[in-house]
Design a protein around this ligand. Structure first.
Ligand code: GP9
Length: 409
């Protein structure tokens, strides 16, 4: 099936010995953070001359940063992002993947790393029943998961214990494995920056100008600034615990945070002022992906090559020296393949895609669809993109077929 996928995508596999960065971080710990509702636009953003994400901005000087990457989640939202980040497969679409394929054993990053001797676990401070994660985590093959019961009822914000609690209580799990000389893969799933973005005043996050105070955009900015603060603290702890040099730290956004249905009076104007243009679905679906591997990414690199969430896993696998030769993946390693085609379903109808030029969305069929230039969001004739539409439908079909063919857990 991989040959078929590559053929539809127009990809020629590169032997591992010739790949950029293959195995550069072999044997290191992998710490992957999924930030709730985190879009790309707040990164690097300044309001009244003050940075919203100072820690992330600083980190980017020594990281690989993919700033033209789009969410590919379906109805399973946050849980679909968890699925995608660990599998490089398309989500089910109209039903959360964690429910639709709940009986399956997915080939996954945890399973691949276990073969290399890694301990694998995931942490999320909600009840594990939410999004049917109680089925999802065994399906993904994690050795262990840590959920609400583990984190307790401390420092509750929004849906549950804060991300500060998650990282604080997660740290001893990491140091224990460090002491045993056991490499690990830890997947942290944040929650505090969930809608309605109410961060308590005592958290001392980004101080908003008066005009932003009642807006949802303002609250969102504060929630992202909270993420930034928590990440900064966590990195300092990793350094203090001697875990920094021997790890790969990566983070990404799971899905959009700002949607026009949430907007109050002056939100569209505020967003326009911040972005320098009207807020569009291109901004909305654009989430960040950042990889920091001390000694490897030190010189920093910001890439605006087109990418999707399905590409994160193959990119990390390449860096970690995990072979995908016998692993079916629909995404591609961003450090070795530049041409790309990013499919989406649910948030846009099946057959929607981003290619190097446009975002295309069909309505009832290809013919009544609409293409917008990625750079300007201006509408352009879509007839030239029929072939990409057919390719994406083929890829979704192949992914569904593959998922259905997988054995049960
Ligand atoms: C709760 C959290 C919410 O556990 O993951 O998911 P979302 O509503 O963002 O999909």
């Amino acid at each position: 099936i991989q040959d078929k996928i590559n053929e539809v995508k127009g990809i020629t596999e590169i032997p591992e010995s010739e790949r950029n960065y293959f195995g550069a971080a072999k044997g290191r710990n992998l710490i992957l953070i999924q930030f709730e509702s985190m879009q790309d636009f707040p990164i690097g953003l300044k309001i009244d001359g003050k940075e919203v994400t100072p820690n992330m901005n600083k980190l980017l000087n020594n990281s690989f940063y993919f700033n033209n990457l789009y969410q590919q989640t379906g109805a399973g939202n946050t849980s679909d992002a968890e699925f995608i980040a660990n599998t490089s497969l398309y989500p089910a679409g109209m039903v959360a993947t964690s429910t639709f394929f709940e009986s399956k054993a997915f080939p996954s990053m945890p399973r691949l790393l276990q073969k290399e001797g890694y301990e694998t676990f995931t942490l999320h401070a909600d009840k594990v029943e939410f999004w049917n994660r109680v089925e999802l985590y065994p399906s993904l093959g994690f050795d262990k998961y840590y959920e609400l019961d583990f984190f307790g009822k401390e420092d509750l914000i929004g849906l549950g214990p804060s991300d500060e609690v998650m990282f604080k209580k997660g740290m001893p799990l990491l140091t224990e494995l460090r002491d045993k000389n056991k490499p690990f893969y830890a997947h942290f799933i944040s929650m505090t920056s969930h809608h309605p973005y109410e961060i308590p005043a005592e958290k001392d996050v980004f101080e908003l100008p008066e005009a932003y105070k009642k807006s949802i955009v303002g609250k969102y900015i504060q929630a992202i600034s909270y993420n930034d603060m928590v990440l900064g603290k966590f990195i300092n702890q990793l350094k203090a615990e001697g875990l920094w040099e021997n790890s790969v730290l990566a983070f990404y956004g799971d899905h959009m945070g700002m949607h026009h249905t949430m907007f109050k009076e002056n939100d569209p104007e505020i967003l326009k002022e911040l972005l320098g243009h009207e807020y569009t679905k291109i901004d909305r679906f654009n989430v960040p992906f950042v990889i920091t591997a001390p000694g490897i990414t030190d010189n920093g690199m910001t890439s605006d090559q087109l990418a999707g969430q399905l590409d994160m896993m193959p990119t990390l696998a390449n860096l970690m020296g995990v072979s995908l030769n016998n692993y079916v993946h629909f995404g591609q390693d961003l450090l070795n393949h530049k041409e790309n085609l990013i499919g989406m379903r649910y948030y846009m109808p099946a057959g929607s895609f981003f290619n190097g030029e446009v975002v295309f969305q069909p309505e009832k069929s290809f013919d009544d669809g609409e293409a917008l230039m990625l750079e300007t969001a201006k509408k352009v004739p879509h007839a030239p993109y029929k072939e990409d539409y057919d390719r994406i439908l083929k890829l979704l079909g192949l992914s569904d077929q593959y998922l259905k063919s997988l054995p049960d857990k």
